[in-house]
Write a protein that binds this ligand. Structure first.
Ligand code: FES
Length: 371
């Protein structure tokens, strides 16, 4: 039993100030203070953001929504952003980024997790994580925002790309956004239509909102729309070229939407977010290089055609990481010397002391990093 009710967690931030003062001056150790605080409530910590799982709800055959109550160290977020989530499995700290599908006025958050076949995090969250357990949250990122002034909005989602768009949609409709909004969600099968009941309820409640699904798997006679994204799927949506477009899904889906949008010559706003990485460039000729790790005093053989993260892992190391796409910053490390190449843009980074992301940086020559 918790000595402190979960509802009081957010209010504890101020009460902990004197303890922070003592820790900052070295009179107490944070780890000791955290050990005492967790006796009061498992999610109470001096500085770390922990959240208690308040509810689990299956919102599709392969997607689970979790409602979380963060402690008072949570600094807030906007719907549509994504938050880093950490768990420990078999002594290894793992991290993934999940979109916020709801940011409640009561401080509670909702994220939705899609099952990833062969994944290490989602199967645990879906099958094992129980109400009452505690998770650690990290940085919040994401630029998607609701186009408040647009004469209409078109939301195009594929798979779990629905999650940030749902967060934005719920909030916009609740705040009285009155221009037409159409959501088109691409899923493989009928049972993957995440939040379908709620979306249909929103359609019934708000006359300016319409939802449609396209099935991309085997042909289903009952499907409203069939196959991958194409401009024909937008027929019947009024003033589509005037509408602000928000699109989220795998990189190939987002690229198809961008291609269509450029072809319309639209002057309206386009916002996109891809949750699979664009292909990383491996450079031209393979060169063997040395990778020196300053903290662990190791020198590894490496080459210029794979990321520093992959190469460190290939040598049995386990650097902290999350998204592996250059988004979450979990793998950030300091460059001590040498030159690395950003595998997304091709930019060269050579400034000693500069922060680099191991998952998207490849060595150009011998490199030393603070690891
Ligand atoms: S693992 Fe997320 S930025 Fe590298």
């Amino acid at each position: 039993m918790n000595l402190l009710p979960t509802a009081l967690l957010p209010a504890c931030a101020l009460l902990l100030r004197p303890l922070r003062y003592l820790v900052a001056r070295g009179w107490l150790r944070e780890s000791d203070v955290d050990a005492w605080l967790r006796l009061l409530h498992p999610a109470l910590r001096l500085n770390r953001v922990l959240a208690r799982v308040c509810a689990r709800e299956w919102v599709a055959e392969d997607m689970l929504a979790l409602t979380l109550q963060p402690n008072g160290n949570w600094r807030g977020a906007q719907p549509g952003q994504h938050v880093q989530l950490y768990i420990e499995r078999d002594g290894v700290r793992l991290s993934r980024s999940y979109s916020l599908t709801r940011v409640g006025a009561d401080g509670r958050l909702q994220i939705a997790i899609k099952r990833q076949a062969g994944g290490r995090v989602s199967p645990y969250l879906l099958e094992c994580l129980a109400v009452g357990e505690v998770l650690e949250l990290g940085t919040v990122q994401g630029e998607l925002h609701w186009p408040q002034q647009a004469p209409g909005v078109l939301l195009l989602a594929a798979g779990s790309g629905i999650t940030p768009l749902l967060g934005l949609l719920r909030s916009a409709l609740a705040q009285g956004f009155a221009a037409p909004v159409t959501l088109l969600h691409y899923v493989r099968e009928q049972g993957q239509r995440a939040f379908a009941d709620e979306l249909q309820a929103l359609q019934a409640q708000y006359s300016n909102f319409q939802v449609r699904w396209a099935l991309t798997g085997a042909e289903t006679p009952s499907a409203e729309l069939q196959g991958r994204f194409t401009a024909e799927h937008l027929q019947g949506i009024g003033d589509v070229a005037q509408r602000a477009v928000l699109s989220c899904g795998p990189a190939s889906f987002v690229a198809a939407v961008q291609h269509w949008w450029q072809g319309t010559g639209s002057q309206a706003e386009l916002q996109v977010e891809a949750f699979t990485p664009p292909p990383l460039s491996v450079g031209s000729e393979r060169r063997e290089v040395q990778l020196s790790l300053a903290r662990s005093r190791q020198v590894l053989s490496a080459h210029n055609q794979a990321s520093l993260l992959e190469q460190a892992e290939a040598h049995g190391l386990r650097p902290a990481h999350g998204c592996r796409q250059g988004i979450c910053a979990s793998c950030t490390c300091t460059l001590v010397s040498g030159v690395v190449r950003d595998m997304r843009s091709g930019a060269r980074l050579a400034e000693p002391g500069q922060a680099i992301r191991l998952c998207i940086s490849a060595p150009e020559g011998d490199v030393e990093i603070e690891l």
